[in-house]
Design a protein around this ligand. Structure first.
Ligand SMILES: [Zn+2]
Length: 140
């Protein structure tokens, strides 16, 4: 990661103080949950997704390969499963960025991170494009 903090994406509006406040609240709640009972939260998210996906909660085993990744919340759940402490670090880093006034700015390209992404991943440090590039690198 570099330290570029210039904004490159003028089509995405700057976050207002109130919006940053609400993301900060989400992050604080997330941090509390991550510090405490992670499994309860993970199970709750999975149950919700399974119910939405199939309409049937009863007999679906949890196989991560079957869950799919086309849904932000599922993606978030998978992240929790894979790297709980890593997420906690990201949450803490996001709270630091709020303090420093750089929250919502991509850590890699300096563009604004779209609000729709922050709504699902309030600790996101990268815009969609940079996150995708990173994922491709990891897969190759
Ligand atoms: Zn970026």
């Amino acid at each position: 990661m570099n330290t570029k903090k210039t904004t490159k994406n003028p089509s995405e509006k700057k976050l207002t103080d109130a919006e940053i406040d609400s993301y900060k609240n989400k992050l604080l709640i997330l941090r509390a949950r991550l510090s405490g009972d992670v499994s309860t939260m993970t199970n709750a998210a999975l149950n919700k997704n399974r119910m939405e996906a199939s309409g049937d909660l009863s007999a679906m085993p949890i196989h991560m390969a079957d869950v799919g990744t086309d849904n932000f919340e599922q993606e978030q759940t998978l992240s929790f499963m894979q790297n709980e402490s890593g997420i906690l670090d990201q949450v803490n880093e996001a709270l630091v960025r709020i303090k420093e006034g750089t929250y919502g700015i991509c850590d890699s390209c300096g563009g604004r991170i779209p609000k729709i992404r922050l709504n699902f991943l309030p600790y996101a440090a990268l815009c969609v494009q940079c996150a995708e590039n990173l994922t491709e690198d990891e897969n190759n």
